[in-house]
Design a protein around this ligand. Structure first.
Ligand code: S3P
Length: 451
């Protein structure tokens, strides 16, 4: 295939060795912030201009759902969108089920939105999303007064009739999850009084930051035992306010690891979001000996961003503590790939939440590394990888999990024989143009053949 042909539409990709990544690698806008800009923009009074929106499948599904609920959303240029909101209680019942595709964030945050308004919506999604637990969100929303039915009590499709007078929440979550926290905070916008959400450690705080940006009153603090507490004042009015979406640190993880593990690499990844609740992978890779220079730290559109310069490094294994899991939860698959190239043992601890992502990421990552000839062990809450030569030469199915697809394509950059990944269209959920951007910096990804 000629090199100028885009690989974006290919279901099967193959990666082999190359002589290092170099130059400038632009990653797309942050997925979490992109979802929230369409949702909160739709709940605000006035028009919000969003710049740098991630135009991936997940975010587009959220945009379509918000349109079906009554918000007006238009694309006015590359990554430039305008959202005209209807206020916190102006949405309407959609005519058809809201299909959130592959997106846990989209479906769970929108459940919170619907639960806080007197309207009815049914939520559905793809095979992966339909397997994921929903009671973690629907239980606290039911406690606020929403009427909810779910398949088997915990799975999509879910139908929610929101309450005209939602009760303020007092919810203690057993997991640090921004999706749970955000669903409750969004439902609480129409409750009377102060709602409280507690989580065992702080999860990403983009909902809180954006609610403040739109004028809501949100407070947060951490208790001496580490419990993170967030409070929002109900009966809130949100006022439209422009948003500049930083580039996604979770997407930057792939070129970052690819550059660290391939000889000859010297790569710059500009303007990456540096919210401290998202930078656990950078910290971890640096502890492993990774040469990641953080330069030009600045604030753009109210968000901390920096340029990352990443050079090939000799990595060594470490223990990654459970307390760090929330700040890098989506990055463990590609960290496991980095760990195959580190000297010694890397133990990823307290990562049980990986089991309920787009796939059971502990099993899918570990089984894939083992099938490629790597040295890996796992249990319900941890994964241990010992660095070794990876023979490769196998095919991995993404199972509708974008980060599985990108992780194993990254592994194929250092395996002795190429790695083939099927189900690569799913990469578009979070990282449109991934393969072309990689090749633009020196990778050797190509269209693969069915095995
Ligand atoms: C997200 C929260 C995380 C993360 C997901 C995005 C968000 O999920 O895995 O990719 O934008 O709120 P959990 O809240 O389930 O940990």
């Amino acid at each position: 295939m000629p090199s100028e042909t885009s690989l974006t539409a290919h279901e099967i990709l193959q990666s082999g060795q190359h002589s290092g990544l170099s130059g400038r690698f632009d990653v797309p806008g942050d997925k979490s912030i992109s979802h929230r800009s369409l949702i909160l923009g739709g709940l605000a009074i006035g028009t919000t201009k969003v710049s740098g929106l991630l135009e991936g499948d997940d975010v587009m599904a959220t945009g379509r759902a918000m349109q079906a609920l009554g918000a007006s959303i238009t694309r006015d240029g590359d990554g430039i969108w305008h959202v005209t909101g209807v206020g916190t209680s102006g949405l309407v019942s959609p005519e058809n089920p809201l299909d959130l595709g592959n997106s846990g964030t989209g479906v769970r945050l929108l459940m919170g939105v619907v639960a806080g308004q007197p309207l009815t919506a049914t939520f559905c999604g793809d095979a992966s999303l339909s397997r994921r637990p929903m009671a973690r969100v629907t239980d606290p929303l039911a406690a606020m007064g929403a009427d909810i039915t779910a398949r088997d009590g915990d799975r999509l499709p879910v139908t929610i009739t929101g309450s005209p007078t939602p009760l303020a929440a007092d919810h203690t979550s057993t997991v640090a999850s921004a999706q749970i926290k955000s669903a409750v905070l969004l439902a609480a916008l129409n409750a009377r009084g102060t709602s409280i959400v507690r989580e065992p450690t702080a999860s990403r705080d983009h909902t809180e930051a954006m609610l403040r940006h739109f004028g809501a009153t949100v407070r947060s603090h951490t208790e001496p035992d580490g419990t993170h507490v967030v409070e929002v004042e109900g009966e809130a009015t949100l006022t439209a306010s422009d948003i500049v979406v930083p580039r996604d640190p979770s997407s930057a993880a792939f070129p970052m690891v690819a550059a660290l593990i391939t000889e000859g690499s010297d790569l710059t990844i500009p303007a990456v979001g540096m919210n401290p609740l998202r930078t656990g992978l950078i910290r971890t890779l640096r502890e492993m000996g990774g040469d990641i220079e953080i330069t030009n730290q600045r604030t753009e559109g109210g968000e901390d961003v920096a340029d990352l310069r990443v050079r090939h490094s000799r990595l060594h294994g470490i223990d990654v503590p459970p307390a760090r899991a929330a700040s890098m939860i989506d990055e463990y698959p590609v960290l496991a790939v980095a760990a195959t190239q580190a000297e010694g043992v890397t133990r990823m601890l307290g990562v049980e939440e990986l089991r309920v992502k787009e796939t059971d990421r502990i099993a899918v990552v570990a089984d894939g590394i083992a099938a490629a000839g790597g040295d890996v062990a796992y249990d319900d809450a941890s994964m241990t990888v010992t660095g070794s030569v990876i023979p490769g030469g196998i095919t991995i199915d993404s199972q509708h999990d974008h980060r599985i697809a990108m992780s194993f394509l990254t592994l194929g950059m250092v395996s002795a024989a190429p790695m083939t990944v099927s189900g690569c269209a799913t990469i578009n959920t979070s990282f449109p143009g991934f393969a072309d951007s990689m090749n633009g910096c020196g990778a050797a990804l190509r269209a693969g053949e069915p095995s």
